[in-house]
Each structure stands twice: as C-alpha cells, then as structure tokens.
Design a protein around this ligand. Structure first.
Ligand SMILES: Nc1nc2c(ncn2[C@@H]2O[C@H](COP(=O)(O)OP(=O)(O)OP(=O)(O)O)[C@@H](O)[C@H]2O)c(=O)[nH]1
Length: 343
C-alpha cells in the first residue's frame, strides 16, 4: 500500500529553479489532522494551488505535498555566511502531511507522526463534534509523535510544537440555528445517522471540552476562501523556530493578527466563539520566540547544518534533510474515490 503522494507541483517544491534558481535551505514538516471529511485535503489543495478542488478523493493513509516558501528579505546578498542569519531571502519547503482521518488508519497513522515542526488541526464548522475531537487528535499526535525543535511547554494533549486551528466549511456553517447541507456524501451520511438517533446531534454536543483556543482561522476550502497571509506567517514562524532560533527573539507569532482585509466575513451563528479569531492557538501555548529547549522525546536533533554552513549553489546542496521527492511514490495510487468510504 502506498502512503505517500507528492504533488510535484503546485508552484512549490520539487523543481530546481525555485525562486530564480535559489537553493532551498531546508524544510519544516507540518501535520494536517482532523476527522475524516472535514476538508483537510481540500485545504491542502487550496494552499498549494490557490484554487478549490471539486471532488477530492479520500486520502489513503497520508498524502505529502510540498509548498515552497521564502524567508527573509528579497534583494539582499545571500553569499555571505552571515546572511543566513540576516536578511537574505531564502527558500524553504513546507511539507504538508495530510493524514487521513478515517478510522481504518487509526492503528497505523502514528507512522506519519515523525519529526514534526507544527500541526494544523482542521475541523468542520457544520459538525461540532469534529471540533471536540481535535483534542483526541492532539493527544494522539503528542503521545506517538516525534518532534523537531520542540517547545518547552506543551499545548493541547501535551503537544510540544506550535499549532494552528482551522475551522473549515464556513460556507455551510449553521446560521440562525439552521444547518445548511453541503450535499457531500460524508456530511449527508453523518446527518442521517444523527437523525436516526444513533449519534448525539453534533448541535447538542457540549462545548465545554472543546479544543483549547476556541478561535481559529475560518476557511471554506470548497469555495477557495482562506487567509493566505495567516498561513504563511505560521509557516515562516516554524522556519524561524527551526533554523533561526538563535537570532534575536521575534514578537510572539501567536499574537500576530491577520490583516483585517483577509479575514473572512464573520457569520452569525449560535456559537460565537467559533467565529472569532484572536490568535492562532490556545493562550496557554504561546511561543515567545525563545530558543527551543533540547529535544524532549526520542528525537534526532534538528539539523543545524543549513543555518550555520556557507551556502553554495552546487547541486549536492540542493538536497535537503528528510525529504526527497524522488523517494516519494507516485501520487495517483495513494487516493481512492470518496464513494469507497464505508459508513
Ligand atoms: N461545503 C464545503 N465542503 C467542503 C469544504 N471543504 C471540503 N469540503 C468537502 O468535504 C468533503 C471532504 O473533503 P476532504 O478534503 O476530502 O476531507 P478530508 O478531511 O481530507 O477527509 P479524509 O481524507 O477522509 O481524512 C469533500 O466532498 C469536499 O468537497 C468547504 O469548505 N465547504
């Protein structure tokens, strides 16, 4: 069975001429987790391609895509050894590990929780249970994962890396107490099961145990609405933590507020907290720009190679740690039709 998919495109990683031939300096790994059907793959597609995907196939195991991102200021010299710590613009890859939320992969998905720099938790605004379930996801990742550049204190479930909570499907979120149907198979099935009384209605689920940091980014992956700037800030913060942590402390990324004009419209709901965005994550989990503590778990320490070594444009240096797109099998067989879901 194949677990990986490499998009090989999307204007991101894979090619050698990124950013005018610039040499990638390194990579950060971001897990994308949440219940099946909340729209993780749709979101990843949107982040990579900038457009919505009509019918995402269900993820088998895990799909890996790579986004290219720059860090630093354009136009500065990149030849000096010091410039890596300074303002030269550098290329990085953000690996997005889109882990299937389907139960059938529960036993094996910890395989993918390796050397994680950050986590994106996704839930479905129209299915409140998917939000309360985020805690389970956090515990699972925290307990079975290994982490790169871990934080000194834990987030939800003890998660030791920065995270972002994304509330997807804002386009069909309940308004005025009424639920809007998305029409997609997973949602229809879930609503049918709830109606039969086989599951508590997600509308009735208590929010008391909801995920720490009720705020989150609002997205509607299906109609290509998301806060690109906030996502990029999150990715850059992960890069900074991993590769530039001995620079002067930067302002807390958790306190960065996305630009007002990129904020999705606030909709009226019976659950106001879902629609307020104040920070990227729980208050108890602020990253304050301090140098990360040594690895807390069974970790390979994050490589310090790239930040410290002189850069060269030789092809050897183009390879970067832990990810080689050539090592990743063909994408096409890693997914299957959503119609295959067993409900
Ligand atoms: N209305 C609406 N539907 C969405 C949105 N995002 C995703 N969907 C739909 O939700 C369904 C599930 O989307 P996926 O992206 O495959 O969900 P997933 O979380 O990756 O699911 P798994 O692979 O099973 O873990 C698809 O039919 C999508 O078209 C959204 O923002 N709004």
């Amino acid at each position: 069975m194949r677990f990986w998919r490499d998009s090989g495109g999307g204007g991101s990683g894979g090619g050698r001429d990124l950013n005018g031939g610039g040499t990638p300096c390194g990579q950060v790994r971001v897990l994308v987790v949440g219940d099946s059907g909340v729209g993780k793959s749709s979101l990843v597609h949107l982040i990579l391609k900038g457009s919505a995907i009509a019918r995402p196939p269900q993820t088998i195991g895990c799909a890996v895509d790579v986004k290219h991102i720059t860090y630093g200021s354009p136009g500065s010299s990149s030849n000096s050894i010091n410039s890596i710590k300074g303002d030269a613009e550098r290329n990085f890859f953000v690996e997005l590990w889109d882990v299937s939320g389907h139960e059938r992969y529960k036993e094996c998905r910890s395989l993918f929780y390796s050397q994680i720099n950050g986590v994106i938790f996704v839930y479905d605004l129209s299915q409140r249970k998917t939000k309360t379930n985020l805690n389970k996801w956090a515990v699972e990742v925290a307990e079975s994962g290994t982490f790169s550049a871990p934080l000194g204190s834990g987030g939800p479930g003890g998660l030791p890396v920065p995270y972002l909570v994304i509330a997807n499907k804002v386009d069909i979120a309940p308004r005025d107490g009424k639920r809007v149907s998305s029409g997609n198979l997973v949602d229809v099935a879930r609503q049918w099961v709830e109606k039969q009384g086989l599951l508590p209605s997600s509308e009735e689920l208590p929010l008391a145990e909801s995920f720490p940091g009720n705020s989150g980014l609002l997205t509607a992956a299906k109609v290509a609405r998301y806060d690109k700037e906030a996502l990029v800030k999150f990715f850059r913060m992960l890069i900074r933590r991993r590769y530039f942590s001995n620079e002067l402390p930067a302002p807390s990324p958790w306190s960065l507020t996305p630009r007002e004009d990129t904020i999705l419209p606030v909709e009226t709901t019976n659950d106001d907290d879902l629609f307020q965005r104040k920070s990227y994550a729980g208050q108890s989990y602020k990253y304050s720009g301090v140098t990360p503590l040594p690895a807390q778990r069974n970790l390979t320490p994050p490589p310090t190679l790239y930040p410290q070594q002189p850069m060269s444009s030789s092809s050897e240096n183009y390879r970067y740690h832990r990810f080689s797109s050539s090592a990743i099998p063909d994408a096409s067989s890693s997914r299957t039709n959503r119609a295959d879901i067993n409900i």
